[in-house]
Design a protein around this ligand. Structure first.
Ligand SMILES: [Zn+2]
Ligand SMILES: [Zn+2]
Length: 135
């Protein structure tokens, strides 16, 4: 049985989990893109009854019966929960204490995937910024 933990950017909200991980997926849907201001997001599908939160959380109802939680202090997106997925909560994998350990096994809503993601490997990469900020 896995033990997982995570937090928002400012640390006001933390979570711990002990139980099975139902899903490890990358979502490209249009709502996730808007909600996270990002071309994709990665989720852990967990059992809500085994998840424990600490700290104040607010949520936005992005469609009827679907709630997206976030930290009201720093704005970090925390979870997606919907009446369509009754015994699951989808936690944003980037909130993991060790996000580098995340292992996605599926990509979903490919029809909404931004076309430029296909070309990332051909775009020059830099360890820092390619142009430093002016002083
Ligand atoms: Zn926060
Ligand atoms: Zn999505």
């Amino acid at each position: 049985m896995d033990r997982l933990s995570g937090r928002c950017m400012c640390g006001s909200v933390t979570w711990t989990y002990s139980g099975e991980t139902i899903r490890n997926l990358v979502c490209y849907c249009a709502d996730c893109q808007r909600a996270t201001s990002s071309p994709m997001t990665a989720f852990l599908g967990l059992r809500p009854s085994r998840l424990h939160w600490a700290g104040k959380i607010e949520h936005y109802e992005s469609s009827p019966g679907t709630h997206r939680g976030f930290c009201p202090r720093c704005g970090t997106r925390l979870y997606f929960q919907s009446q369509k997925w009754r015994d699951e909560i989808h936690i944003h994998a980037a909130t993991l204490t060790n996000p580098g350990e995340y292992q996605p096994d599926a990509q979903v809503l490919m029809r909404s995937r931004a076309a430029w993601l296909d070309h990332l490997s051909s775009i020059p990469g830099h360890q820092g910024f390619q142009i430093d900020p002016e002083r």
